[in-house]
Ligand binder design. Structure first.
Ligand SMILES: CCCCCCCCCCCCCC(=O)SCCNC(=O)CCNC(=O)[C@H](O)C(C)(C)COP(=O)(O)OP(=O)(O)OC[C@H]1O[C@@H](n2cnc3c(N)ncnc32)[C@H](O)[C@@H]1OP(=O)(O)O
Length: 150
């Protein structure tokens, strides 16, 4: 299966965090795995907070883009929309993002971001997320994504 972000139409694929058409961005890729969504990302050393640990703003960016992609995917699954189609018909933007930084995030490690659907209430889609490094939870997050009107 393709990454959720690779199903965004070309004219909406410039997001700094996850757009496939932004050559200077992070190009985060999110996949559906069972009942969860998963993204993996290894930050460059320039994303330093305290030496040896990852800058929190980058972590926020990863959770933001993981969350909106997950929300779109969960909404499609709920409506039995095929996630293999060329353009994703459901688009979501972030209305609210809460992050708890639990531990310093070590540099030089692959970060694994997982999402679980919390609720779909009309156009509001809530997703719970964790970000781990070497199996340790370094941050948790909750996103409220809003499904855009056509
Ligand atoms: C432009 C095309 C984009 C395409 C994206 C696809 C590619 C993705 C790219 C990757 C992107 C990466 C990620 C990024 O970086 S996305 C970029 C960062 N996000 C934004 O810039 C979003 C800016 N905000 C808006 O555009 C509007 O406010 C939105 C669209 C969110 C809602 O305005 P809209 O007029 O449509 O709807 P509504 O106001 O009737 O609200 C609807 C419901 O939601 C509830 N509510 C709203 N806000 C909040 C809140 N803060 N907390 C709690 N609840 C909130 C509200 O009470 C209501 O609930 P209810 O009364 O129904 O119960």
């Amino acid at each position: 299966m393709k990454a959720i972000q690779d199903l965004y139409p070309d004219n909406l694929a410039h997001c700094y965090g996850c757009g496939k058409n932004n050559s200077q961005g992070h190009q985060l890729k999110t996949y559906v795995e069972g009942e969860e969504t998963v993204s993996r990302f290894t930050p460059d050393m320039k994303y330093t907070a305290i030496p040896g640990s990852v800058y929190g703003g980058l972590i926020a960016s990863l959770l933001d883009c993981h969350g909106t992609a997950s929300a779109a995917a969960f909404a499609c699954i709920a409506e039995k929309i095929d996630l293999n189609q060329v353009d994703l018909p459901i688009r979501c933007v972030t209305a609210n993002l809460n992050i708890n930084f639990k531990a310093l995030t070590p540099q030089g490690e692959e970060l694994v971001i997982r999402g679980k659907l919390k609720a779909i209430e009309g156009r509001k889609i809530s997703v719970d997320m964790t970000l781990t490094a070497k199996g340790v939870v370094c941050a948790t997050g909750e996103i409220l994504a809003i499904r855009l009107k056509e």
